[in-house]
Design a protein around this ligand. Sequence first.
Ligand SMILES: Cc1cc2nc3c(=O)[nH]c(=O)nc-3n(C[C@H](O)[C@H](O)[C@H](O)COP(=O)(O)O)c2cc1C
Length: 292
Amino acid sequence: MTVGQSTQAIAVLGTTFQNPILLAAGTAGFGRELAGTVDLEALGGFVTKAVSVEPRGGNRAPRVAEFDGGMLNSIGLANPGLRVVASEDLRWINDNLHAARVLVNVVGFVEDEYARVIEGLDPIGGMVGYELNLSCPNTSAGGLEFGADPEAVRRIVVRCRSATGRPLLAKLSPALPDVPGLAAAAVAAGADGISVVNTMPGLVYEADHPRLGNGNGGMSGPALLPVGLLATVRVRRALPDIPIIGLGGIRTLEHVRQYLRAGANLVAIGTAGLADPRLPERLARQWMQAHG
Ligand SMILES: Cc1cc2nc3c(=O)[nH]c(=O)nc-3n(C[C@H](O)[C@H](O)[C@H](O)COP(=O)(O)O)c2cc1C
């Protein structure tokens, strides 16, 4: 059986995914960066790098630092901005991808920016929906992340809901005190699904200075596996019928199965694909062999 003919396609978020394995936001670019190396069409799909209204250069180098349990990154949401993404990246996606489903990861530094990104991209198409990266610092509220404030979450989702008929997922940090409560606030405001988890804040030193140019960063990789699984279980208990993308620390098919057992409909792989870009594709093929 070839890719695309699975009888086990996953119907969720208004479409079908040929398998549950996606690439996580920020680790797959906009797809075309990986196209020579990875068979994107073997995957369930991928989530793009975060898109903001204006282009962003990102944070000071070094931007990544490995440690025993995974890695820290402080990329700083570097991206070409919505105009370039609309004219170049979405065009490439529209022309080249048929089986893989694409979600666009969206960021804002003031609340209204999330919906402005969606308004700029939505007419171009190429995406099945949007993932709102609510771990972004709110520059109008002293840098507290939007996702930490249920009222800000509600306002952002309501505004984004009015900007598109496509599915919206709220992506939440595992460091928030009440992840299921914030997920419920997002869904009550019109979100169609939840992605858990984003990275966990962290810091590593080399001699007497932080190893990241930015000081602290987001922790991902193996140490995030139990954190992401617990967040997935908790969101699933709070929201029995809502699509969930589970992620954090996935490296094997057994990890994929653990997320599905915890209640995820789909999973995403980030850090493990940076170290071994073809690993997600291998897992997707194994999954389809086992379930096709
Ligand atoms: C280098 C890097 C860049 C990332 N960029 C984004 C991003 O732009 N938007 C986002 O929502 N998450 C971003 N993330 C978080 C991942 O999508 C994912 O939630 C996290 O890394 C946990 O999965 P993992 O343990 O499989 O890496 C990034 C992670 C890494 C490692």
